[in-house]
Design a protein around this ligand. Sequence first.
Ligand code: P6P
Length: 360
Amino acid sequence: MRSKVVTIDRHIIDEERRFPGASGRFSALLYDIALAAKIISREVNMAGLIDVLGRTGERNVHGEEIQKLDAFAQDVIVKAMDHAGHLCCMVSEECDEIIAIPDRFDIGPYVLLFDPLDGSSNINVNVSIGTIFSVHHRVTPRGRPGQLADCLQEGTRQLAAGYIVYGSSTMLVYTTGIDQGVHGFTLDPSIGEFLLSHPNIRIPDPPARIYSANEAYYARWSRPQQRLVDHFRGLDGDGGGGFKSRYIGSLVSDFHRTLLQGGIFMYPPDRTSPGGKLRILYEAAPLAMVCEAAGGRASDGARDILGIRPTGLHDRTPLYLGSSNFVTLAERYLAGGREGSARGPDFQTSRISERGGSDS
Ligand code: P6P
């Protein structure tokens, strides 16, 4: 038996007690997120047994086919979150516009931004998928419906960020700030409780030498991006190599592995997606806050993800996420400096012999 059993509700209460002026409203918001996660987990884990697999025949705002579980997860989160008086509005990957709080419900001070079921293309082949969420405090006057300005905030201003990964077990991982630690809870379905299983998660140092990217796109990448991966592969003759490649194709799963083992996850820009594929508000920014709160880094290849202020609800970004040294190394390669080597934990930088050829 574990030394002590701490449910997520108890953890949230204990965390709230650290802030004497806390209203309890924020805690209640986190409870509701955990409740929605339990309901989605139940459906995801039964997906093979009941008719929620397959497609709805509808498409989301990005033209992507909506799987039935996508629609279900979206519905569960909105219905779990819209009536308790915590939120002034919501933003979802599945909805083009801001989701307003129905008039019959009280309006609160927070904004919830979420990807209800990321990685949905993996649902039918039983690969882990996930929910990603981010919480901001509104910036416009209270009492009225939330507005675009309340949603388009920099990631540094997030009050909470986290994800649920529906895998061999269901885990909820969240942080309430870069200096507040990262805490992981595993769902015990026999009692319907998230139990604290990973207190104060830190990305391991030295990290596992794992790089994660869809290498099928290599030909579409910039030359510096290709050189970076060549370095990880040990092909550039400068002490790289010794890496494993791991790519699940489900952001939450690839990030969860990176958080627990170290390494670097990359979704680079390429000729077909020059701005990257992943969304800032409800994918990159929340995972960036979790990553940095665990001692890692998150970059778009040149800038901190958390410093980016999007201009649109569904803005995309390139994403480099994981162990600080690997993300910094990636930035150096992408800047064309090609300095630095992932030779070992000390990451001695060494100038790579200049090679001919212009960067594309
Ligand atoms: P690709 C899943 O569709 C997703 O949005 C993320 O979960 C994942 O990281 C990425 O797309 C995979 O994209 O182009 O490698 O299939």
